[in-house]
Design a protein around this ligand. Structure first.
Ligand SMILES: NC(=O)c1ccc[n+]([C@@H]2O[C@H](COP(=O)([O-])OP(=O)(O)OC[C@H]3O[C@@H](n4cnc5c(N)ncnc54)[C@H](OP(=O)(O)O)[C@@H]3O)[C@@H](O)[C@H]2O)c1
Length: 334
């Protein structure tokens, strides 16, 4: 039987990876239905061309909630990755409100499994020292879901939908950010060779946790395939966590292209033309100071043996430092 998955953010970098994984699944038949503001966007048209009748769109917008009930109607499951930079209007409270709207639309439709895509609760994990609004917004939806999944709420919510039918997938920075917002720069390295410089205000010895977009897709598929196992659960995923110095060395080893890591100062990073640099800087500081929630890669591999490392991702994709088609809207807020 074909099962339909509704997606919020389905045309985005993460949503597209989930869609591709579901459509390429050889074990089950999935269709996808995507909420989008524009089914004629280049990205939406490309996804339609690739997926044909198995890809449908519902026009809508999180601003006013249009399309939410329609996209969820009779869906078997739903995957929600709200976009802090646009739908969230760069406000924790607003993205939380949009996230809860999506959650409640999934409840009204009674989907078998709802997956909220989340990020580490930065303010909470750093005792308030390093708030990262675009992380904390998603985590605040996660916290509300934790409450609604609790025994106390269950006593009020007699059908137990939140307890049994909602899952949380906590992700990390995409590896593919290196092909977009953190593209390494062609330059002369400190030893005089011409090569690529990986930037980002991290410490050379601080792990930079990362996840391949296809690994996010794989874990979402695993959850949808077994809602009895994953309903009510939270899974913190990641693919690898090398330091950026190690990542640059691995890149050079695999590609033969000379590379090194050279972080800008925090001040230079803030002065760059990267939109929302203050929020992104705190994102780096969060990892630099080791506040992130640990991932158990062995346990994750037991769930998904195909889990990539940065090295295996490099070998699989053949990436040699060029730009790629990753985020639809980047982090410009446009
Ligand atoms: N970059 C990373 O490493 C990373 C890692 C984990 C999580 N995230 C989070 O992922 C989110 C961005 O997702 P992405 O990376 O997939 O970005 P993206 O490629 O730019 O995609 C943005 C998505 O959001 C949808 N969208 C934007 N505004 C909307 C609105 N008002 N109503 C309905 N849908 C709307 C877009 O749909 P249409 O344009 O088709 O309407 C599109 O599907 C951010 O909140 C970010 O914090 C990013």
């Amino acid at each position: 039987m074909t099962k339909t998955i509704a997606l919020i953010g389905g045309t985005g970098a993460m949503g597209r990876a989930v869609v591709n994984t579901l459509l390429n699944d050889e074990t089950e038949d999935w269709n996808v239905r995507l909420l989008t503001r524009d089914p004629k966007s280049e990205r939406a048209l490309a996804m339609k061309a690739a997926g044909g009748d198995r890809v449908a769109f519902v026009i809508g917008d999180l601003y006013d909630g249009t399309g939410l009930d329609a996209v969820m109607k009779d869906a078997y499951g739903a995957f929600s990755n709200t976009n802090f930079w646009t739908a969230g209007e760069k406000s924790v409270a607003r993205e939380r409100a949009y996230g809860l709207k999506v959650l409640e639309a999934a409840e009204r439709a009674g989907v078998t499994l709802f997956i909220h895509s989340s990020l580490d609760a930065a303010a909470n994990r750093s005792d308030g020292a390093v708030p990262v609004p675009h992380y904390d917004a998603k985590a605040s939806v996660e916290h509300e879901m934790d409450w609604r999944r609790s025994d106390e709420f269950f006593r009020q919510d007699h059908d137990g939908w939140y307890t049994n039918n909602t899952a949380i997938l906590v992700t990390e920075p995409y590896i593919e950010n290196f092909q977009s917002i953190f593209l390494p720069e062609k330059s002369t390295l400190s030893d005089g060779r011409e090569g690529l410089i990986f930037r980002g205000p991290l410490a050379g010895d601080a792990p930079w946790p990362m996840v391949a977009l296809d690994d996010i897709g794989a874990f979402a598929r695993i959850m949808f395939a077994d809602p009895d196992q994953w309903g009510g659960k939270t899974l913190r995923i990641g693919s690898d966590a090398p330091t950026i110095s190690e990542a640059a060395a691995t890149f050079e080893k695999v590609t033969g292209v000379p590379a090194e890591f050279a972080p800008p100062s925090d001040e230079a990073f803030l002065a760059s033309d990267l939109p929302n640099a203050h929020d992104v800087l705190n994102n780096f500081i969060f990892y630099r100071k080791g506040h992130s929630a640990p991932r158990d890669y062995d346990a994750l591999r037991a769930i998904y043996p195909g889990l990539r490392s940065f090295e295996s991702w490099l070998r699989e994709t053949g990436w040699r430092g060029g730009a790629g088609d990753v985020q639809k809207d980047a982090i410009s807020g446009e």
